[in-house]
Design a protein around this ligand. Sequence first.
Ligand code: 6CS
Length: 335
Amino acid sequence: MMLTLSLVLAACGGNGDETYEWKFITEEVDGQVQYEYAEEFAKRMKDKSDGQVNIEVYEFGGLGSEVDQVDQLQKGVVQLAIMSPGFTGNMVKEGQIFALHFLFPDSTKQTQEILNTSEAINVDLRQKYEEHDITPLAFWTEGFMQWTSNEPISEPSDFENFQMRVQESPLMFKSYEAYGADPQAMSWGELYTALERETVEGQENPIFFIYDASFHEVQDYMTLSKHNNYVAMTTVNSEWYNGLPDDIKEMVDETVEEMRDWIYDEQERQNAEFLEQMKNDTDNPTEIVELTEEQREAFRELALPVRDFYKEEVSTVDGAILEKLQEEIKAVTGE
Ligand code: 6CS
């Protein structure tokens, strides 16, 4: 009887004296959005647990490339990770949905609302990740993606044979091939040098990242294209997460929920502040060009058929996740 009782207690709640030491990796460095998320998450968990949960946050670089980090989460070397779906493109094929240009609304707020509530993403896509021991607990935007280059980009023909850096996702290749570009995959750790040496001619990222990673130093133009949103995921090792005592797991879930608004405001702030800094950086002048709606439309037209490619060639469930997501997007935008 006593034994049964203690087994039940062990399954339901943490032992009050027990301490937990977890590792949380991010794909960014101190100050950048993902890293700030992990630091704030760690702080909240420590406070809530009265010091029982200690999370060590790792900057990008120390534990290998972004793809290496995916492997470390799967193996449980680390328990938590902020992960960009682009780096799981060759494994969780459905996750490449976020590589489709002009899919989400032209509003980060509405995009975040969809990311928070979508069943296609939070149930169906989550399941696809769980097949690979990765549980995404939240999906969130780091802001609109923009292009940088050394020549202006105002129409698709400007991408003709353009060496474009992308992440490890076949669908990102497709998206840029649709504009006539020649994409190449690499880690962002190698990107500054590649741009400097002109191994690649351009890249896409949110403004805060372009400025903080100093890509503007080795690029002359930033095109405000808003062709996509940068989506990141808060992920945990599935087996580890499912084995947590109930009270500790609830604390994790609650903190994930609290972080949604917190990180939304953080990325808004960083993207706005770094845009101003870039405008005022006379040592490294960058010409900032905003595409008109008409100009964006020309890219959009070429991007649309990539959705069929996703449904027919990429998706393992005949595009069902994309179809559901498109309905959910319509419900939010009313279009
Ligand atoms: O371009 C990249 O690969 C990087 N960009 C961001 C915004 N975060 C991390 C990622 O690895």
